[in-house]
Write a protein that binds this ligand. Structure first.
Ligand SMILES: Cc1cc2nc3c(=O)[nH]c(=O)nc-3n(C[C@H](O)[C@H](O)[C@H](O)COP(=O)(O)OP(=O)(O)OC[C@H]3O[C@@H](n4cnc5c(N)ncnc54)[C@H](O)[C@@H]3O)c2cc1C
Length: 397
């Protein structure tokens, strides 16, 4: 499915920015001896350039400085940006901020928008999303330990979270905590509350080491303790007890964002694999790409990426036309299907490159380490498969 013709000039401009400004930053990003903070001044310059060219925050309405694209239009952009680990950050549409921006845009009060949404939309601050807890199963988010107890004009939050991505350096967290622990409907027990990171009682315990990397700043996954963290009642986001519904709402488009980013990663890995196979000699005059095994990986990868791309674009169009609820099966299908293809394509690309594939001279090893989690976050594969299969089987009863 080709991008609609009206998007082509934008995609061309984005490809140019990626080639001229973002890919040159990649070697330093991949260098394990340099942290993310080292890159920030240069990334800031690139972000300003992107703003000046009118390509900033493609997912946001124009009134907030964005490009005003629909979800299915943004899907094509996300694919392009996914070709570099820095793409989404440079254009201010990186997770978890993009999900928080969409959430705040839909549910924040005017005062919350002023304080929490607008600085995020401008790229002046970052945020994080704090739901998962080490002691409870993240795959069953209706079952949480964190509580927010009302005391006069405040919520007092206590809880233990981890994998709060990008908490290091964030200005605030969107925290999921139980406001009505005994509500009969277990999906109405929790709420979302905006908690500034400098609130007394909030401790960023550590950046959790993932596949050998703790990272820093944006590129982290934080463990956080909330110990009697007091925030005003007006920091409640959306209605009380609606935390679970809001989380579901946040995750629908979020899965399109992730899936199209994964398609972008797969395309880049595929391109690297083909370039290498077409030029690497395994014996004098004998190219790697002449080997049947390599040809098989190339053909299989091409078919799988094409199929995944069509499935995601179809789902994005369906969400735009019919809404998230009508598209929930499609969303679950793409979530596990594309994550699996991403993993297979990356694995083949690494294999084709031999030792070079596992170095940090190419982005393949970085993605292999960090995107293994694609089959876990935003709902593990098994949970998505289970919910789709249950609904399918219900039709046969
Ligand atoms: C890189 C990364 C970034 C993340 N970022 C964030 C973030 O920013 N904010 C946040 O709040 N959370 C974040 N998470 C957490 C993520 O959402 C959870 O890890 C996920 O929901 C799974 O929860 P869990 O880890 O507690 O696994 P569990 O719920 O304990 O599940 C463990 C395993 O059990 C299996 N399983 C679970 N349920 C079923 C079932 N019904 N049927 C069959 N098998 C099942 C699955 O294989 C699953 O992987 C992130 C996680 C990762 C890895």
């Amino acid at each position: 499915m080709n991008a609609p013709s009206h998007l082509l000039p934008t995609l061309t401009a984005i490809r140019q920015v990626m080639a001229e400004h973002i890919l040159p930053l990649e070697p330093d990003f991949l260098n394990p001896h340099l942290g993310f903070r080292t890159l920030l001044p240069r990334l800031q310059q690139v972000r300003q350039h992107i703003k000046d060219r009118g390509l900033w925050a493609p997912h946001l309405p124009k009134a907030y400085g964005g490009m005003g694209l629909t979800l299915s239009e943004f899907a094509y952009i996300s694919e392009e940006l996914g070709r570099s680990p820095l793409g989404h950050y440079a254009f201010n549409c990186q997770a978890p901020d993009i999900g928080n921006m969409e959430l705040l845009l839909a549910h924040a009060t005017d005062e919350q928008k002023e304080k929490y949404f607008l600085p995020l939309a401008r790229g002046d601050i970052r945020s994080c999303f704090s739901m998962t807890e080490p002691e409870y199963p993240g795959s069953n988010p209706a079952w949480l330990g964190a509580v927010a107890v009302k005391d006069a004009d405040s919520y007092v939050i206590s809880g233990h979270k981890w994998f709060t991505s990008s908490a290091d350096g964030a200005a605030y967290a969107v925290v999921m905590a139980k406001t009505d622990p005994h509500a009969e409907n277990r999906y109405r027990r929790a709420s979302m509350i905006l908690v500034p990171m400098d609130t007394p009682g909030l401790t960023l315990v550590r950046n959790v080491s993932v596949m050998g990397h703790t990272g820093e700043d944006y590129a982290t996954h934080g463990e956080i303790r909330y110990e009697n963290c007091r925030v005003p009642l007006k920091n409640l986001l959306g209605p009380e007890g609606e935390g679970f519904a809001l989380a579901q709402e946040r995750l629908g488009p979020g899965r399109i964002h992730h899936c199209m980013r994964w398609i972008g990663i797969s395309e880049r890995a595929f391109e690297l694999m083909c370039q290498y196979a077409a030029t690497r000699q395994v014996a004098p005059g004998k190219l790697l790409g002449e080997q049947g095994a390599v040809q098989g990986w190339i053909a299989e990868s091409r078919a799988e990426i094409n199929a995944a791309r069509l499935l995601v674009l179809h789902t994005a169009e369906k969400i735009d036309a019919e809404g998230q609820y009508a598209s929930r099966d499609d969303i679950s299908l793409i979530k596990f299907y594309v994550a699996g293809i991403l993993q297979r394509v990356l694995d083949r690309a690494i294999q084709v490159h031999g030792a070079l594939g596992v170095t940090d001279d190419l982005p393949l090893a970085y993605w292999y380490r960090h995107e293994r989690a694609a089959r876990i976050y935003d709902g593990p594969d098994e949970v998505h498969k289970m919910s789709v299969a249950r609904r399918i089987l219900a039709k046969y009863k």
